[in-house]
Write a protein that binds this ligand. Structure first.
Ligand SMILES: *Cc1c(COP(=O)(O)O)cnc(C)c1O
Length: 419
């Protein structure tokens, strides 16, 4: 297009523009409890929707395969330096397109197909990319999976140690998507050291808590740390790998040219902005408030007779087993969505139901905390959840709760959204 008239989205594509408006509305009017989701600031949105998207820059700052990097190099360098400082890491690679590609890069850096690897099983709360069968990481490597104990649903370190000694994995993964407790990096590091494995801590869900000092850091314990940038860290959708200098060359080479082409520079700019925001006092408070809010939610649900995996939470998420309530997770999640409370259905450890129709729901506090909600609101949310789960077919109740949810949301503006 050489036309100087450059119409707005609403003119070029009213259908997409209208859907974006509706999504803004939805994100404003509902209580969003999916623990991997959040609200990014206007500043992050602006950076990640910028003209940096127009630029190709294969390579790394100072070593590119294209000219015209006068502005891109400093952007990526700022992102790297800010992230290194935020986490106290020696090296940061901010180019992975998302959390899964960041993890694939770690496999590519250290493993050959068929090598032994170990991670937490999906039904225990692990991620697909930690070697689960349907993932390329389970298909291309000899993957051994540890889980949680039946008694208390905590990571079974006896099993981790036993499997590690037996299978001598090249990589030992720790980190989870549905585990409500603090990860003990010292214990994992001890086992990894004993069997000569590289410990990889995937902190995708909890990176923001770590940055805020609200969860222990794996830096200095895990040789490699991978993360998404868009969950508790409140950046754009992206991925990152932190490591010691001794692994810098292997990691950088695995990301590019090993796995990816040109980095998404607009995302890199958003990551730099998120790192700046996450280094503030306000963000420290945010991280601690996320944990306090999850606790309040857990306590409210316990007081209403809910059964929670591990009995509660120490991080940003709560996993409720609805078996005692006699409601399948999917039925509950769908009713909650109609009532303005958005969560996801989720398997619980040793679930007797199928993954697509499991026994649990997964709830998280990161997004509501970004809106400034606190104990009063989280108590109300917990009680609404209990009301709905106990009467998922009562459409009158769902409509009443949806109205109350909206009134509450009106008092808590969401970052990045101006209606
Ligand atoms: C979300 C998540 C990922 C994957 O991130 P995507 O950006 O969805 O690819 C990887 N590991 C863990 C532990 C996660 O929670």
């Amino acid at each position: 297009m050489t036309d100087h008239f450059d119409p707005a989205l609403s003119q070029t594509d009213p259908e997409i523009a209208a859907l974006i408006k509706l999504e803004e509305r939805r994100q404003h009017d509902k209580v969003r409890l999916i623990p991997s989701e959040n609200y990014v600031s206007r500043a992050v949105l602006e950076a990640s929707g910028s003209v940096l998207s127009n630029k190709y820059s294969e390579g790394y700052p100072g070593r590119r395969y294209y000219e015209g990097q006068q502005n891109i190099d400093p952007v990526e360098t700022l992102a790297i330096e800010r992230m290194k400082k935020l986490f106290g890491a020696q090296h940061a690679n901010v180019q992975p397109y998302s959390g899964s590609p960041a993890n694939f890069a770690v496999y590519f850096a250290f493993c050959k197909p068929g090598d032994s690897v170990m991670g937490m099983a999906l039904p225990s709360g692990g991620h697909l990319t930690h070697g689960w069968g349907v993932s390329v990481t389970g298909a291309y490597f000899a993957s051994h999976q540890y889980g949680v104990r039946k008694e208390d649903q905590r990571i079974d370190f006896d099993e981790v140690a036993r499997l590690a000694r037996e299978h001598k994995p090249k990589l030992l993964w720790c980190g989870a998507t549905a585990y409500p407790r603090v990860i003990d990096y010292d214990k994992f590091a001890e086992i990894a050291r004993e069997v000569g494995a590289i410990l990889v801590a995937d902190v995708a869900h909890i990176a923001g808590l770590i940055a805020a000092g609200a969860h222990p850091s794996p830096v200095g314990k895990a040789e490699i740390i991978t993360t998404t940038t868009h969950k508790t860290l409140r950046g754009p959708r992206g991925g990152m790998i932190l490591c010691d200098d001794k692994h810098k060359a292997a990691i950088d080479k695995a990301v590019f040219p090993g796995l990816q082409g040109g980095p998404h520079n607009s995302t890199t700019a958003g990551i730099a902005v998120a790192a700046k925001e996450a280094s503030t006092e306000a963000f420290k408070k945010y991280g601690h408030a996320v944990v306090a809010n999850a606790k309040t939610l857990a306590e409210t649900l316990l007081s209403r007779g809910f059964s929670l995996v591990t009995g509660g939470t120490e991080n940003h998420l709560v996993l409720a087993d609805l078996t005692p309530k006699n409601v399948p997770g999917k039925v509950a999640a769908k009713a909650l969505d109609r009532a303005g409370l958005v969560c996801n259905y989720n398997s619980v450890p040793f679930d007797t139901r199928k993954p697509f129709d499991p026994s649990g729901i997964r709830l998280g506090s990161p997004a509501v905390t970004s809106r400034g909600m606190g104990a009063t609101e989280l108590k109300a949310i917990g009680n609404w959840i209990a009301d709905v789960v106990e009467h998922p077919d009562d459409e009158k109740l769902l409509a009443r709760v949806a109205g109350e949810v909206k009134s509450m949301c009106d008092k808590f503006p969401a970052p990045g959204i101006q209606l």
